[in-house]
Design a protein. Sequence first.
Length: 206
Amino acid sequence: MARVSQEHLDARRRQILDGAARCFARNGFHATSMQDVLAEAGLSAGAVYRYFRSKEELIEAIAGEAFSWIRTAFDDAARTTPTPTPDVLLGRVLRRLLIDEVPGGDARAFARLVVQVWTETLRNDTLAATLAEGYGGMRLAWADLVHAYRANGQLPSDVDADHVARTLIATAQGFIAQQALFGDVRVEVLEEGLRALMSMREPEIS
């Protein structure tokens, strides 16, 4: 029997995840069955269950993959000189997550899926742990960049790195929520808005 290449295995896994993402975004997590995923992906039960045994495993894989992309963007930023400012870095992360490599190919549908994942963490301990781990990793990654900003003189030395990290994560989450609820939210809007806020100065007192 011929061995299946890793490229083939990766492509099949991608096919399943994209099909699941479309189903979850369209019908909701609980209203989607594994049979729906099979039909959407155009694969047999054996082909799908070889990779994922349940809907929970599918949603955990989608969430884990998104955090992996985000972490890669931060790692790339950490190796860049000068260190990208928050508007540039958040733009890169969201553009990759919602445009360049969005599972299922639909930015608004994927944003809706993200919101569903947040809700599902209230009842799924495993998924909650996956998101908590990803959130913790993002806080540490942002904190590392804040240390770089302070070392470069871009931020005062007394700025709390974790406070900045949590604020910028909240900004990204709010952008995703807007995309899910209203659609047609361009990454450039976030970039320009952050850039404008970053340019504010203390008013002169006469």
